[in-house]
Design a protein around this ligand. Structure first.
Ligand SMILES: Cc1cc2nc3c(=O)[nH]c(=O)nc-3n(C[C@H](O)[C@H](O)[C@H](O)COP(=O)(O)OP(=O)(O)OC[C@H]3O[C@@H](n4cnc5c(N)ncnc54)[C@H](O)[C@@H]3O)c2cc1C
Length: 492
């Protein structure tokens, strides 16, 4: 039986473990922390439960694909579609309540922002078409192997080139399509879903909104961490073994081929190794003597980080829903002064996620669990204690101003996550959440491939490699890596 080792039980690592075990590999997953899911973590503060990392669940079909692969019924994974997923708040009092229903969504945006319904419908249709053309190529295949690209899907994608507006940025396309700057802000913000800047990221990325606005936003019954727990269960059912709190210290090579990994507890032989650790740190820490490091790829601009406040709030806010966004305008400056943002992609809009809106067990009666996030630069040695104090002040002032309610005195529990926490806890380089940024038209080609060109048997999964950040993409990274491995074996 061939042996596969997976380093890290983040979403990408779990996807790889399921697929490898299903292929009949003897799979061992080594995870430095005590839980599966990596950044998809859970936090309990008193009687309040929080999703600690990802909160917007799109593309459940990518999870279903793994259940189907294993012949397991997907109803083991209970989740629901949110009927009113997002409320948007602007400083001037404009409030937009977005429904999952597309007709209602278009009506709301048209009524509140004065945009033509036809334009909105056409824009969303275009996002869908672009996604359907591009995703099978850019998201589900390797961009680093010609045989992945030379197929019918390539021709379909090429036919759509004029639609992708390759010469434009996301913002340019949105500004050319809609009149109201608020509409630009709404559609621009999807760039932050992979830590990029809408003023630099290619217009093609306006397809990101398809998953949220056309297909929907979902919530697993027991919080986001249920995605990780169920994938762990699925992998175990296929025979994978999990070693928690066992950090991999080194990948051992023989003649540029992986042969084993070692941890504090021992050395484990392997035919193939899949790293879900940030690709930079895999080279830096696990392969310190390896010389052919792909420096150009690793030296690309990093995506952003975040500060997240987890607050137990001793009150109920009927004007809020599960996902809420407080857009920035003149107050952007206050955040800019704090963070010295380099890119507008580090968008200082405030995002508030409240699962207790529909899951009463996540907070006590007459209370709510608030996950309050602001995008922030990566860690380059700033004084994060000072940044957190200043940020909290600006956030509370803004939320109190917009909601016209007391918040400061309602906070009964608090935990704060910042870039150094992300770097230390999940081994994310400099606390970057999504690996490389996508701030130019060729960024996708500068992500590290899902395989090593120089080390036989080494594969990469997770947000720091192709195709990029977010749960659907991390799951696809595992699919692509395993496909590449099977191709490599056929070549032998
Ligand atoms: C605050 C926040 C909000 C987010 N919001 C969203 C969202 O709404 N929607 C969305 O789709 N995505 C979101 N994301 C991104 C999402 O978390 C990731 O895209 C997803 O979880 C995939 O991560 P990954 O596979 O790269 O693994 P990670 O989560 O990075 O996990 C890697 C794992 O590897 C382990 N590891 C690293 N090195 C070693 C080693 N040497 N030995 C053993 N184990 C090791 C780490 O401990 C960790 O558990 C968010 C992330 C954060 C932090």
């Amino acid at each position: 039986m061939k042996k596969a080792i997976v380093i890290g039980a983040g979403v990408g690592g779990l996807g790889a473990a399921v697929r490898l075990a299903n292929l009949g590999y003897q799979v061992k997953v080594f995870e430095a922390n005590g839980h599966a899911g990596g950044k998809m973590n859970n936090l309990q503060l008193g009687d309040f439960r929080f999703d600690m990392g990802p909160s917007i669940f799109t593309g459940p079909e990518y999870v279903k694909e793994l259940y189907d692969l294993c012949g397991e019924p997907f109803n083991q994974f209970p989740y629901q579609k949110l009927e009113q997923p997002f409320n948007y708040f602007f400083e001037d009092g404009t409030t937009i309540n977005l429904k999952a229903d597309k007709v209602e969504l278009v009506n709301e945006l048209s009524e509140k922002l004065g945009e033509s319904k036809k334009k909105l419908r056409n824009y969303l249709k275009k996002c869908e078409k672009n996604y359907q053309r591009i995703a099978p190529l850019f998201i589900e295949k390797s961009l680093h192997r010609w045989q992945h690209l030379l197929n019918k899907k390539l021709w379909k994608a090429l036919v759509g080139i004029p639609r992708y507006k390759l010469h434009q940025t996301m913002h340019q396309e949105n500004a050319a399509t809609f009149n109201n700057p608020k509409t630009h802000q709404i559609f621009n913000r999807f760039a932050t879903y992979n830590g990029s800047n809408p003023y630099q990221a290619p217009a093609m990325l306006n397809m990101i909104q398809h998953l949220e606005m056309n297909v929907g936003v979902f919530l697993p019954e027991n919080g986001m961490v249920q995605i990780a727990r169920s994938l762990q269960g699925l992998a175990q059912k296929q025979g994978a073994l999990f070693h928690f709190q066992e950090k991999v210290k080194e990948i051992h090579l023989d003649n540029n081929k992986v042969v084993a990994v070692s941890t504090d507890k021992g050395r484990y032989e392997a035919d193939v190794v899949y790293s879900n650790m940030d690709v930079h740190l895999t080279y830096d820490r696990l392969l310190p003597n390896f010389e052919k490091v792909p420096k150009k790829i690793l030296n690309q601009e990093r995506s952003s980080s975040a500060i997240v406040f987890y607050w137990g709030i001793n009150d109920v806010f009927p004007e809020l829903t599960v996902h809420n966004l407080f857009f920035s305008d003149e107050y952007e400056k206050e955040f800019k002064d704090i963070f010295e943002y380099k890119t507008i992609g580090e968008d200082p809009s405030i995002y508030v996620h409240i699962t207790s809106k529909i899951k009463s067990k996540d907070a006590p009666k007459n209370a709510e669990n608030w996950f309050v996030m602001i995008n922030a630069p990566i860690d380059i040695g700033q004084d994060w204690e000072v940044l957190k104090v200043k940020t909290k002040e600006v956030i509370i002032n803004k939320l109190e101003r917009v909601l016209k309610r007391d918040i400061r005195n309602k906070i009964v529990e608090e935990f704060v996550m910042d870039a150094p926490f992300i770097a230390d806890t999940y081994s994310g380089k400099n606390g970057s959440i999504y690996g490389n940024a996508s701030n130019n038209a060729f960024a996708a080609f500068y992500r590290h491939p899902n395989f090593s060109k120089n080390i036989e048997g080494l594969y990469f999964v997770g947000v720091s490699v192709h195709p990029g950040g977010g749960i659907p993409l991390a799951l696809n990274s595992a699919k692509i890596a395993v496909t590449c491995m099977l191709e490599d074996q056929r070549k032998k």
